[in-house]
Each structure stands twice: as structure tokens, then as C-alpha cells.
Write a protein that binds this ligand. Sequence first.
Ligand code: NDP
Ligand code: 2IT
Length: 444
Amino acid sequence: MSYVDEMIEAVVAKNPSEPEFHQAVKEVLNSLRPVVDANEEKFRREALLERLVEPERQIKFRVPWVDDKGQVQVNTGYRVQFNSAIGPYKGGLRLHPSVNLGIIKFLGFEQIFKNSLTGLPIGGGKGGSDFDPKGKSDREVMAFCQSFMTELCKYIGADTDVPAGDIGTGAREIGYMYGQYKRLTGLYEGVLTGKGLSYGGSLARTEATGYGLLYFTKEMLNMNGIDIAGRTAAVSGSGNVAIYAIQKAEQLGVKVLTCSDSNGWVYDPDGIDVAALKEIKEVKRARLTEYKNYRPNSEYHEGRGVWTVKVDLALPCATQNELHLEDAKALAANGCIAVAEGANMPTTLEATEYLQEQGILFAPGKASNAGGVATSALEMSQNSERLSWTFEEVDKKLQDIMVNICHNAADAAKRYGFDKNYVVGANIAGFEKVVDAMLAQGVV
Ligand code: NDP
Ligand code: 2IT
């Protein structure tokens, strides 16, 4: 049996009940076959793949806090420090009731290659908790964040592990966590990114993932002789990534017809109104049912459905496994030309394969959503030099990084005979740097 197949079997056997982690490992290892096969003897002797799929450290902890009724609540906190070969662990904190170790491991594993692709010195990590910020008062969110950080602070630091936002963790949560870290350690340092502008945050970090997704998509289309202007798009989600993806898409002349949350979705034939969406989601923290009050021409539908709309571009920006095989078929039947992932692993393996077979350009999240973590690394640089750069400076660096990632992925794919396969290209390009660093650093 090939080394890759052996490793996939071993990961499934050794980590039962972690289907998302299995999925991420399968996707990455399958596309690394040409590199692994060419170096099989050496990689086996070094147990390179065994080391790659085993996190350096997994931390799991109790998070007790008191709700507004005086009741003690208990959540579980996680930080998976997956790989530090090329830099301090870096990756977000997800706060969502679905969070478990397998989900954090899938996200941490993806983060290794994504962070490598940015070209910046950051290793891979991820964390979070099954706490649900939705419907909680600010005081409850603060109580949770302070308790979470009271334990997490033992394991992180500006040069060891630098968490950031993800689903359910935005500016409010980062602020509370930063305050508690500073209080406990006495350190005013860049231990978190996505901070507010008044205490060390970077301009353009809020926008970075969504903007970066569009910079990548524009470049991928350009490389294939297609102009992004004048296209239509379907976006899923209505959180940080979705909002700024929609904003940049519209700035580039794309009409975005949909967005969604976990209850339902909106179809706006005139193009999503970003100002309305920002007010509903960022200010009121309300549901998408409200959108109709701002845009009477729009429709609200319960359940899933964004991928049934006829569009040129599909941009999944909500969560993992939200674009299934039947969605891929609907998109293809409607003439979709490209799918670019804003979320982490939003497309199932079967859907990805189908889209690629249909000749639809497919950008994997680890490449196309890397603008968020790349700008986090730029925030770390600014914190280290105790300076802050202008919006334009950060945005320019972000554009350059996304264009580079696109070309590096395309070049790696071509080098191994998989022209236009950005999944293979991104995985190989991300892997090469990490492997080089791991081999150079010996058996650690
Ligand atoms: P937010 O919490 O800001 O928004 C998440 C959005 O996705 C909401 O609209 C939410 O709906 C929806 N959603 C979440 N979980 C589910 C679910 N299980 N089913 C259906 N809809 C769901 O998160 P972000 O925008 O930050 O993150 C979105 C995705 O992008 C995630 O996959 C994240 O890992 C990824 N990502 C984020 C980066 C960042 O910088 N923030 C960087 C790179 C990737 P509702 O409000 O109803 O829960
Ligand atoms: O998935 C991701 O890349 C993020 N949630 C952002 C991580 C970061 O450190 O900015």
C-alpha cells in the first residue's frame, strides 16, 4: 500500500469520531501523492507524514462562568498547537456549539498549509469552545471570555502562539480576551490579532478575509482570461467573511444576489445592500429575516438554497460542508464558472471533485481565504515594531499576497502535471516549505 494510503487509514483508525479531521487529511494527502511518491523512502524513514498529522500539542480545558441568572455554566475550551516548523502557532478561535476536538483539529491542520502559503513566518494552530455567543448578554460573553483566557494564557504568547477570530469570535470577544490576558500576565504584547484599532489592531484586518477572497478570485479568473467585472455571485453566510466578500465583490463590479445565516437565506435581485447587512449583523446582531425591512424587493427563504440561484461565481463563506454534491450539480447546470471558498472546507470532497470534473475553476479555502491570517501576520509585524501602517499599505500588501498565492498554487499544480488544479497546487506549495523546515530541524 502506498505511504499516503497507509497514513489515511492510520489517521482514521487512530482518531475515531473525527470525520472533519479525516476529510481534511484525505484532501491534503491525496493531493500530495506526486510529491510523497517521489520521496517515499526518505519521508518514510523520517516518519514525515506521521509527524505532520499528529499535533505537536492538544490542550483541552474546563471553562466555568456565571450567567445573568447566577447559574454556573461549564463549557469546554480547546487549543490545538499543530505545527510550529515555520513560525509560532497562528490561527483563530471558534466559538460555536458544534465545536469539538475533531473540528479544531481539521481547522488546525488546514491552517498549517494556509499559513505557509501566505509566505509569512507563521505555524498552524486553532482553538475555540462549544460556547455559543448568540443570544448572550455582553456581560455573559465577557464572563466566558475571561474564564477562557484565564486558562489559555498559560499556553500562548506573542512569540509562541497567537490566536485570532473565527466563527463567533469577533472584535468584542477579542477585546475581552486581550484585556484578561494583559491583566493576568502584565504583558502588553501582540498575543492576539484582530484587535481593536485603539489597542494594537491593524487597519484592514476586519476586511481582510473577504477582500482577500475577491483578490484571489479576480486573479484566478484573470489567469484564465475571464474578467470579474459584470459577473453575478452567490455568497453564503452573513458574518465577517461574507460581509467583506460582498463589499469587495460589489466594488469590483460583481452583483451579489444572495447571503445566508443558519436559519435561512436572502435573494436580492438588485444586489445585496452591504450597509443594511452590516447594520443587521454587526450592529443589531439580528437575524436575516430583518433584511426585507431594508429591501422590500428581496426575498427571504427558510433553510438552505443559495446554490440554487443562477450565478457565475459561488463564494461559500459560512462553515464546513455547506456545499454538497447536489449543490455543485445545481451550480454547474446553471452555468457557474468558478467556486472560491471563503470558509474553511465548505465544499464536500464529492462536490469538489464534481466541480473540477465539470471544468469549473475551484479555489480551495486554504488559498483563497488566506488573506485573513496573512493580515493577522501583518498585525504581528506592526505590533513588533510598535508602528501602525495605513489602510492602503496593508491593503496593498494583502493584494500582493493573494496574487502570489494564486500564482504559486497554479505553478505548483503545473509543475506536477495538474494544470489548473488549485487544490493540488495549494497543498503542494504549502507543504513544500513546511517539509523543508521540518527536515532541517531534525526529529522534533
Ligand atoms: P462569523 O461568525 O462572523 O459568521 C459565520 C456565518 O456563517 C454566519 O452567517 C453564521 O450564521 C453562518 N454559520 C456558522 N455556522 C453555521 C452552520 N453550522 N450552518 C449554517 N450557517 C452557519 O464567522 P466568519 O465569517 O469569521 O467565518 C466564516 C467562515 O470563514 C468559517 O469557516 C471560518 O473558519 C472561515 N474563516 C474566517 C476567517 C476570519 O478571518 N474570520 C479567516 C479565514 C476563514 P449564524 O449567525 O446563523 O450562526
Ligand atoms: O481560518 C482562519 O484563517 C482564521 N480564522 C484567521 C486566523 C488568524 O490567525 O487570523
